[in-house]
Design a protein around this ligand. Sequence first.
Ligand SMILES: O=C(O)CCC(=O)C(=O)O
Ligand SMILES: [Fe+2]
Length: 397
Amino acid sequence: MSDSPSRMLDADCGADEIPVIDLSNPNVDVLKHQVYEACSTWGFFQLINHGIDASLVASFKEAMRDFFSLPYETKLKLKRNSVNARGYFDDELTKRRRDWKECLDVGMPGSGDWDVLDGDQSNSCLDGYNQFPSSSECPKFRDVVVKYFNECARLSDQLARLLALSLEVQEGSEDGKLLDRMIQNHTSYLRLNFYPPCIVDSETNEEKSDKEQPPPLGISPHRDAGFLTILLQDDDCHSLQVARFEDEDNKDDNADWVTVRPLPDSLTINTGDMAMIWSNGRFRAPLHRVLTNTDKMRYSAPFFYNPGYSEFIAPLSCRAEDVDESVKAALYKPCLWGYFRALRFAGDLTDLGVEIQTSHFKVDSDSDHAEKQMMLMEEVRFEEPFDVEKYREVLER
Ligand SMILES: O=C(O)CCC(=O)C(=O)O
Ligand SMILES: [Fe+2]
């Protein structure tokens, strides 16, 4: 559909529309305004002067390359599974379609302490526990990844506070306390992505041999589930695209795709489903995808800043003076992050129904997720890896 050369050109021409925000700007009013504009239109912006040290970013990029160059069998020893969402995988489904990529997910340890052994009981949580290559297989890898992870968490807190300010949420107010709890209890994870070149040859490529199949994508269109994402993009292979102001679920077929070309030394920021609920729909959770490339490799790393598992994300109670009457009433029911996350993960790995979406939490939705999350909350322990099979009966009820 949109992968023809002329379409690519169109997409590239639109790239400069994505807002750029300079975090070192001392004028907070300007920053607030820019953030509000970006999050309520594209849901994407490029952040410059973000404060993460350039040498750390360079070491982290090198660590990613080292990891994905390991022998396949070494990576497979770290394979994630139905009771551990963290680790290596190359078989992710997005909207039930297999992505053209390899990944390693590393998340906040259950103990909150990176000095505790990764497999220690106290490190287990709903998402499982971390799996790293050994220091002989990939020297310095864990150190560098943990340093970069912690910097992303710090920056996420700073950005979340800026997002809150842009919605006129006061520090210390009931609404503002979410941010204090979020930095204390966040369940964020860092995903390392490697997209190998994808050779499209109708004779040899299995994916293409079925003429009914659309060409593969690096990642099919999706929205990030968490609060916000800090994405480190590839300097050379620009294949991330965002849909122009596309709002409803599953309306991606005719989207107008715009390439997000990273500025040098920038980070790409986007808001996710939880920020959309929290802002009562004023911020967007933008639809985005990654194309394949026939000759370039792409490395990228999104850091998904996520609330605590037991946090209910609900629309803000405070309202800015200038807010339109139509958004004063809450548009969403409260959404339990641990439930949303568990179902997304379960959907990635199993045949469990339709993927959970924020639209299921709209006040006028007839979905029963808001009730089911209360049932599940009674039974699920967030300190234990989520076992899909154990709760299948409740989830399918
Ligand atoms: O590779 C990218 O640039 C984007 C990755 C992404 O959207 C994701 O992993 O959710
Ligand atoms: Fe994404």
